[in-house]
Design a protein around this ligand. Sequence first.
Ligand SMILES: *Cc1c(COP(=O)(O)O)cnc(C)c1O
Length: 403
Amino acid sequence: MSQNAKSHTENHMLPVFARADVAFERGEGVWLIATNGDRYLDFTSGVAVNALGHAHPHLVKALQEQAAKLWHVSNLFRIPEGEELANRLCEVSFADVAFFCNSGAEAMEACIKMARKFQAANGRPERYRLITFEGAFHGRTLATIAATGQQKYLEGFGPPVDGFDQVPLGDLDAVKKAIGPQTAGIVIEPLQGEGGVRAPEPAFFRALRQLCDDNKLVLIFDEVQTGMGRTGTLFAHERLGVTPDIMALAKALGGGFPMGACLATSAAAVGMTPGTHGSTFGGNLLAMAAGNATLDVMLQPKFFDKVQRSSLLLKQKLASIVDRYPDVVSEVRGEGLLIGIKAVVPAADLSNALRNEKLLTVGAGENVVRLLPPLIVNETEIEDAVSRLERVCVKLSKARGAA
Ligand SMILES: *Cc1c(COP(=O)(O)O)cnc(C)c1O
């Protein structure tokens, strides 16, 4: 046997992920087709990434056309497709400028650096600390695990990057107490995804906005997961009646192509002059084609009306499941198509049982199973998913009754 053949029988992937033993070779809308031909209903969307489902014709065409022309030129040169995407994102948001990168963590890094630089550029270089919230998730780089602040992500990686002060979610007094002479800003997810699909009241966000205005702090929204339509509006903060100074986007931004962005007002971005930040791949032509194509679809009239109708239908059907199987699931949470069902049984058991019924879901904190269908999911597919969930609830409920 050749060396090559041998390497195929062993797994040389760094084992940092607890992967399910299933692989897919094709996707069609909300469906994933496994290597053995089994069809799965994909309510993960690649963790809130494939917002337009798999193999969306408009995205496939845009990427194929771009792939035949030019992939990458670097940021040594102008990239008109990137200028176009930045203009479009700014037109539909609070922002004046956009920086493109390749992931959510990088988008958050840009936000963190920008907040610090904003204070420095305004003569307050001592203000570098950011207030963050318990249960947050901001990424896996050294700075973003420090911002995330959870021991399970920090353990064994040396002293956490300095400059993050964590307070309980929704505790305004704790925020006020945490503001000191070194505070630069506040970082929050409009709806915590990894943390268990939970959010404080809109009034809390309005109070944060006021605190930032009163104390010359920047407000940063991490919309890496919630942004690009996931919660039923293009950005989750639209529902809050509050705009941030800086915002991170990534997951669904390229519809499955890896990309991230840091959007900001020109006031917040004032210190980010040539040479202060950068990325080799960020804003690459393939990513820009994917981003523009994703926006083309999402900005079509009524796109979000349909997402909101799907959300309502899914939530109603889930509420009825919760009513009927209270020994398996206890609560439905979330906005738009970022839905969490709080499990009574271990969430991993529920998620595994759902996978056996060919419905794919994602775990989250607080024993929650996340349902993140592509935004293009239709009524039939929602009904199909809920009947799969019901079959699993019947089984798990029986198993508990027997135990
Ligand atoms: C996924 C996520 C990140 C990190 O994104 P990566 O692309 O994995 O680096 C950051 N913030 C939030 C809210 C996320 O959901």
